[in-house]
Design a protein around this ligand. Sequence first.
Ligand code: DGL
Length: 274
Amino acid sequence: MKRQGPIGIFDSGYGGLTVLKDIVAHLPQYDYIYLGDNARAPYGTRSFEVVYEYTLQAVNELFSRGCELVILACNTASAKALRSIQQNDLPSIDPTKRVLGVIRPSAEVIGQWTTTGHIGILATEGTVRSESYPLELQKFAAGCAVVQHACPMWVPIIENDQQDTEAGKLFIKEDIEKLLLKDSEIDVIVLGCTHYPLIEDYIRSLVPAKVKVVSQGKIVAQKLAEYLQRHPSMEKACSKNGDIRFLTSEKTEVFNLNASKFLGRGVSSEHIHF
Ligand code: DGL
């Protein structure tokens, strides 16, 4: 019989909280540990090697705290580290543990929302350069035109709570305009970075009414539920007390304040040192 433990949710910073929120709403019975590597965020402009090293450290931290299943609630880590961890590291760490990402589950369903067949992806530089979305969408939405645009300023703007300032708003507006200029037939924009739902309302106000803005939280929550249904031994290995714990590499006071704003509930975190 497999040990039981919480489900680990990892992101470079606060963005994964948008996924955690939807997962907990959908699957409140499980225990969760959220790890935000806020002190080293953003990951989006870092090299493959560094994102991989940091993500593996975080995954090992979550494993050492009893997680049998870890979700990389970070597109950049999913794009740059997931495959290596699954193929090269898991077999030697513990072949019964699992690490899942957010790009594949999103790519599986995105195609159903477009009528023009033109899909826009907003993401970090790392995710865009990895070509993970165009590659995955080729499998699940073959024939669709996929147009990407990297927004390197958005994660620093959100991590530093600058999204409502004039400067922050201008950066965001310019990036949306650049994406839509690349292809005026886009009718679905995927927020391919888990930080971006935190500015979803503002993004919606900037795009024409015909354009759907899709964030990943609900998709990932639904896909996780389906995964657990298909893998009953992993489902049994997920402890069920409805607890949520938070770990951060940032000062806990800073994380608690910001995370509480994002989640709309009190947060008490524990510091981890990488
Ligand atoms: N939330 C991460 C993502 O989904 C942000 C990456 C970063 O730290 O730049 O890509």
